[in-house]
Design a protein around this ligand. Structure first.
Ligand SMILES: Nc1nc2c(ncn2[C@@H]2O[C@H](COP(=O)(O)OP(=O)(O)OP(=O)(O)O)[C@@H](O)[C@H]2O)c(=O)[nH]1
Ligand SMILES: [Mg+2]
Length: 438
């Protein structure tokens, strides 16, 4: 294994806590452990010890764990000191680690070493950060599935199928005269179609995961007095926004976070859109317009009891959901209706249907599996899908060599997901977004 510098970091969050953890990773740390706690701890057994400074005085007392390579988080020797969680103690332990030859770790460097030493692949490394950053239970569950290697396993399965086909096609090239027959008689084209289907399925599950990771920016907009603020309060189950029967009540943007079917949502109430209000209201309407422009999804609220058309807002269909409010006044039935949802913000009728509609647009229908994939995974899968389609066309036309070349591209893209074919600057970018000590 490559020898790398010894690194150290406080792995617990800054501030005071019951326990604070200092972690070190490097080659041959048995000596360091001995100097730190007076003897070499038995591998993977908790040892209660004094953590010693250079003069043999105790900095702190706590548990030390020694994980000799290769059976450790990073694949190197790892020492973990669990001391009392105070900033001064942690600082002194970290200084002592540096005296003993360590340097302070960069963010994500422990996970990066785990990747470099083949403990985990790149998609799993990213899942570590995503699990820590998860904003909802569903997101955390999806990150765990990726971390456990399920996502990478699916990628590997597709990669194997592509490799088999490549080997077959390359072999066919060697028998150039018979190539056409070779292709015609085999089921290469069908097998390529099967690869496309497998990529499509994985893409769909990854897209759901992307929504879970990023969350959704949902903006409530529409004319004054239609019940926008009432809807925000209803969805939050809390009287957050001021509601009155005076049109133009809401002036500024008001945002709150909530979770719908496991999807983290940032919900924003806006001023009712109309012209001719006072200067404050006009500024509010401007802000509402920019919020609408930025939103992933706009809930366009209408008053069902008055004729009117909120389509003046001019939002593309994929980002818009029409909500007809105040159906208590019209006797309309709550729930989905055509492209929109009928509700009563006052008594909550139809609001569950609205929640489901939002979750569906977010791509998170209840109970469906998802992988907490990242944009880069989705892009790689999409590219792989494109090259597979071209390969299928080429194979269909009898050009085995050209098809094989396309499949090489497919494998490159799949390899980039798990880090088999990744480049250094990509690694830098991925690990820099981690917290220190991870
Ligand atoms: N009957 C009935 N009244 C409602 C309903 N939803 C809201 N209202 C009433 O409609 C009036 C306006 O509600 P708001 O929530 O302040 O409306 P808004 O769209 O935020 O208004 P602006 O902030 O002025 O743009 C209030 O008197 C609410 O009580 C509903 O479902 N049924
Ligand atoms: Mg309002």
């Amino acid at each position: 294994m490559v020898r790398r510098e010894t690194i150290a970091a406080v792995a617990t969050p800054p501030g005071r806590g019951g326990i604070g953890v200092v972690r070190m990773s490097g080659s041959d740390l048995a000596d360091v452990a001995e100097q730190f706690v007076g003897r070499v701890p038995v591998a993977r057994e908790a040892l209660l010890a004094d953590f010693l400074d250079a003069d043999g005085g105790a900095i702190d007392q706590g548990l030390v764990l020694f994980f000799p390579a290769p059976h450790s988080l990073t694949g190197e020797d790892v020492i973990e000191l669990q001391g009392h969680g105070g900033p001064v103690v942690m600082d002194r332990l970290l200084n002592r680690a540096c005296e003993l030859g360590a340097r302070i770790a960069r963010p994500g460097e422990f996970t990066e070493r785990a990747f470099l030493n083949d403990k985990i692949d790149l998609a799993q490394a990213e899942a570590v950060a995503d699990l820590i950053d998860s904003a909802s239970k569903r997101a955390a569950q999806s990150a765990m599935r990726s971390l456990g290697g399920e996502f990478s396993g699916r990628v590997a399965e597709i990669d194997r199928a592509v490799l088999d086909l490549r080997v077959y096609l390359e072999a066919a090239i060697d028998f150039a005269e018979e190539e056409i027959d070779f292709l015609a008689e085999s089921d290469v084209v069908e097998r390529l179609a099967g690869v496309e289907t497998a990529i499509d399925r994985l893409l769909a599950e990854s897209a759901r995961g992307e929504a879970l990771r990023q969350g959704l920016d949902v903006v409530i907009a529409g004319p004054p007095n239609v019940g926008k603020s009432s809807l925000l309060n209803r969805l939050l189950a809390e009287n957050r926004a001021i509601v009155t029967d005076i049109p133009g009540t809401t002036r500024d943007l008001l945002s709150a976070d909530l979770e719908i079917e496991g999807v983290p949502i940032r919900l924003t109430d806006t001023a009712g859109m109309r012209v001719g209000g006072d200067p404050v209201e006009t500024i509010g309407v401007d802000r509402a317009r920019s919020a609408v422009a930025r939103a992933d999804l706009v809930l366009v609220v209408e008053d069902a009891s008055v004729d009117g058309d909120a389509s003046a807002l001019d939002i593309p269909a994929g980002r818009r959901l029409v909500v007809r409010n105040k159906i208590d006044l019209t006797g309309g039935s709550p729930g989905r209706s055509g492209e929109g949802v009928n509700i009563c913000a006052l008594n909550g009728d139809g609001v569950d249907a609205l929640r489901l509609a939002i979750a569906e647009i977010a791509g998170a229908a209840p109970g469906e599996g998802a992988y907490l994939a990242r944009k880069r995974h989705i892009e790689a899968l999409t590219a792989a899908r494109r090259y597979t389609a071209v390969a299928r066309t080429r194979a269909g036309e009898g050009f085995g060599d050209l098809a094989a070349e396309e499949l090489r591209q497919v494998q490159d893209r799949l390899g980039a997901i798990v880090g088999a074919t990744s480049v250094d600057d990509l690694l830098g970018e991925i690990f820099a977004s981690f917290c220190v000590g991870k």
